[in-house]
Design a protein around this ligand. Structure first.
Ligand code: ARG
Length: 457
């Protein structure tokens, strides 16, 4: 097949070079956006009188036919034609004749590829935002249903202080909400029209870029033609938002893995989200959560790839940039697939509430409450901390829990301790007392859920 740029060349490209340089094998998934962009461009060319109106109409009709052919799987993509842009342009010329050759007026593949990728990312980000909203809603619903259930809160993977399970769940809702905000904000930089920058310098043709932007729903038109074709920040920004988002996913996945272990025993995963072992008949493995944890790595890798591809590239477009797409596509696929199953996996877990609550009472998790109790009785926090430490040491030596000491034992550590100390050392009292804004008391968590729901709307 004759290449659109063949005019200047005398020797044919070798097969191996074609195979090495082609991008159609992966950029064909931009076809819809490529056609959408070309239709808008053709309409602008004809509105501006750059091409005759009837030619504009034939081009648009031809592109719509190609759209249907691809949609119905009747289109043959060819590696000889390198990429999606040339495949579609060549098909158009085959279909409508020389008129089709007018489409590429005042445009280059450099601004076209940026346009396609932006349109693709805009749609993908919008889809991801919906999935995030679903996930946040699911977590909030679950937090509401579980209000009252107490679990140990951890620091350093050591039991620290009792907290509400709902508070723990809402912590993830907050993370995913920041992801949604970040991605939503990235749309402002994604949704800028690069078309009209042409190869790098703009064009002598009387184009109307605002018109193309309005046809395609862009919020703005890029300001500098060189920057427009050299820029992949919008893709990098998406990849970095996705990396942080997947980091959050990996953390919830890790907790699901830990919590479903015999050692924690806080949850049981549904059979639908686990797999058995081919060797050990008793096993039920949290493979789905493990894969979520690991897929985070490939998303980080994609961000790193594109950062390295772009590093040190001189202005403007360089063919290196063709390698941006697989990183972006793989990230969209990974994030979309992960977010599509995470809510149902969470919904399907059953909580072993008794086990959670028993663990919250154990291991001196209310020692801080004794220290705060002593502060309320007038001691400086450091002194209170010291005394409480001694109480804990004493319990460890005697093999007792805080609840097991009697009042005279407590008094031997500080005369300020009264009977009411027993009101602060059980887990429920400890949790109920954390009434600070953003704290773990049922009252504070209910308020948090209320504010969160408003934001979700
Ligand atoms: N396939 C190319 C890419 O993905 C399209 C732009 C090619 N431009 C060029 N001047 N060779 O980046």
């Amino acid at each position: 097949m004759k290449k659109p740029w063949a005019g200047r060349f005398t020797v044919k490209t070798s097969r191996s070079v074609e195979d090495y340089t082609e991008s159609i094998s992966f950029d064909k998934r931009l076809w819809k956006y490529d056609i959408e962009g070309s239709i808008a461009h053709a309409r602008m060319l004809s509105k501006q009188g750059i091409i005759p109106k009837r030619c504009g109409s034939r081009i648009v009709a031809g592109l719509r036919e190609i759209y249907r052919e691809i949609e119905e799987g009747r289109f043959r993509f060819s590696a000889e034609l390198e990429d999606i842009h040339m495949n579609i342009e060549a098909a158009l010329i085959r279909k409508v004749g020389d008129v089709g050759g007018m489409l590429h007026t005042a445009r280059s593949r450099n601004d076209q590829v940026s346009l396609d990728l932006r349109l693709y990312l805009r749609a993908s980000v919008r889809e991801i935002l919906v999935l995030l909203t679903d996930l946040e809603t699911m977590l909030t619903d679950m937090a509401e249903t579980m209000l009252g259930v107490i679990i140990p809160g951890y620091t350093h993977t050591q039991r620290a202080q009792p907290v509400l399970l709902s508070h723990h769940l809402m912590a993830y809702a907050q993370m995913f909400d920041r992801d949604r905000a970040r991605l939503g904000d990235s749309l402002r930089r994604i949704n800028v029209l690069p078309l009209g920058a042409c190869a790098l310098a703009g064009t002598s043709m009387p184009v109307d870029r605002q018109y193309v932007a309005s046809l395609l729903g862009f919020d703005a038109v890029s300001e500098n033609s060189m920057d427009s074709v050299a820029d992949r920040d919008f893709a990098l920004e998406f990849l970095s938002c996705a990396a942080v988002l997947m980091m959050h996913v990996s953390r919830i996945a890790e907790e699901i893995i830990l919590w479903s272990s015999e050692e924690f025993g806080f949850i049981e995963l549904s059979d639908a989200f686990t797999t058995g072992s081919s060797l050990m008949p008793q096993k039920k493995n949290p493979d789905v959560a493990e894969l979520m944890r690991s897929k985070t790595g490939r998303v980080y890798g994609n961000l790193m790839s594109l950062l390295v591809i772009m590093k040190g590239l001189p202005l403007t477009y360089n063919r290196d940039m063709q390698e941006d797409k697989e990183a972006v596509f793989d990230t969209v696929d990974t994030v979309t697939a992960t977010l599509s199953i995470l809510p149902s996996m969470l919904k399907s877990m059953s909580f072993r509430i008794e086990r959670m609550e028993n663990s919250s009472d154990a291991a001196f998790s209310t020692a801080t409450d004794i220290a705060e109790y002593l502060v309320k009785k007038g001691l400086p926090f450091r002194t209170a901390h010291e005394i409480t430490g001694k109480i804990v040491r004493f319990c460890i030596d005697k093999g007792k829990r805080l609840q097991d000491l009697d009042i005279s034992a407590y008094k031997s550590f500080s005369p300020r301790i009264e009977k009411d100390v027993f009101d602060v050392i059980d887990a429920a009292a400890s949790v109920n007392a954390k009434k600070s804004y953003g704290g773990t008391s049922p009252q504070s968590v209910r308020a948090q859920i209320g504010r969160f729901r408003k934001r979700l709307k």
